[in-house]
Design a protein around this ligand. Structure first.
Ligand code: AKG
Ligand code: FE2
Length: 307
């Protein structure tokens, strides 16, 4: 029997009733760690341009893409089978290929040449600005959802120079026999504050709400036209002492080519992530020691890439 269909909460970002929106976000983050956002203000043109440019890049011959191979600062192209997000899976290499862009204005980013892809950089910059803006609006609602001042995360400096990563992803439709059984992206949780995802509508994304349950229950995250999929990352889970869940997710291969773009919002690297007062008590002491965002991120990347 197939599991019941998963219905994730739908958050309407155009609602003027912020208290009620924050309440819905709180419930979503406690129950699922995932929700949809509609009426976010990013128009179809921006999303279509993003996917067009992403496809143009992934369509290039591998030798061209490898000229922008990911550098030590995690910017650039990562070919298929080079990252295994779930190191315990025993499988080698996720099927996806991706291209990572860091904070948009810093010089560590790599860009395809203007001659080859004239609209690429400006499309990425424009989308980055829009998605960063949506992420800030969500963070202020998340602060309200935690019964904090809506500017709490700004006031503690988390957003002073936030580390926003844009990750373009491409999952192959056809998979070589020897790679069958591998995941598009194996099970993992995201590292940062929140992740904002757009996909081309091809299925594959699944979440597991109880990672320690046996057997694990994986539920499909369905496509909602025009909606962003938002999920809580590990640092937000640490801030909230586990009240908000950083839910494990993966992308399974469905025999269909798939494109998606994730935006990861991480706090400013000097920001100390520590249990919020409102999230701990004598009976529920802090579960995670305070840690600087930059140190946390570095350690997670070190483990993922065996640096
Ligand atoms: O492509 C997707 O739907 C999810 C990607 C993802 O989970 C990630 O890049 O962290
Ligand atoms: Fe993820």
């Amino acid at each position: 029997m197939s599991p019941p269909k998963l219905y994730l909460p739908l958050i309407d970002l155009s609602s003027t009733d912020r208290a009620s929106t924050a309440k819905s976000i709180r419930q979503a983050c406690m129950d699922h760690g995932f929700f949809y956002v509609i009426n976010h203000g990013i128009n179809d043109f921006a999303v279509n341009s993003l996917f067009r440019e992403s496809k143009n890049f992934f369509d290039l011959p591998l030798s061209e893409k490898m000229k922008l191979e990911r550098n030590i600062d995690h910017r650039g192209y990562l070919p298929p089978y080079t990252e295994t997000l779930d190191l315990s899976s025993g499988l080698k290499g996720d099927l996806k290929e991706n291209f990572d862009i860091g904070p948009i204005n810093d010089s560590l980013n790599q860009w395809p040449s203007k001659e080859r892809m004239p609209a690429w950089r400006v499309t990425m910059e424009s989308y980055d600005e829009k998605i960063m803006n949506v992420s800030f609006r969500l963070i202020s609602l998340i602060a309200l959802a935690l019964n904090l001042d809506e500017n709490f995360f700004t006031k503690i400096g988390a957003l002073d120079s936030p580390v926003g990563y844009l990750r373009l992803l491409h999952y192959p439709g056809e998979i070589p026999e020897s790679k069958k059984g591998n995941y598009g992206a194996s099970a993992h949780s995201d590292y940062g504050m929140i992740t904002l995802l757009v996909t081309d509508g091809v299925p594959g994304l699944q979440i597991c709400r109880e990672k320690d349950r046996s057997p694990q229950l994986w539920e499909d995250v369905h496509h909602v036209e025009g909606a962003l999929i938002v999920n809580i990352g590990d640092m937000m889970e640490r801030w909230t002492n586990g009240t908000f869940r950083s839910t494990v997710h993966r992308v399974v291969a469905v025999g269909q080519e798939r494109y998606s773009v994730a935006f990861f919002l991480n706090p400013n690297s000097d920001c100390v992530v520590e249990c919020l007062e409102s999230c701990c008590s004598e009976t529920s002491p802090p579960r995670f020691p305070p840690i600087k965002s930059g140190d946390y991120l570095e350690e997670r990347l070190r483990v993922t890439y065996s640096l």
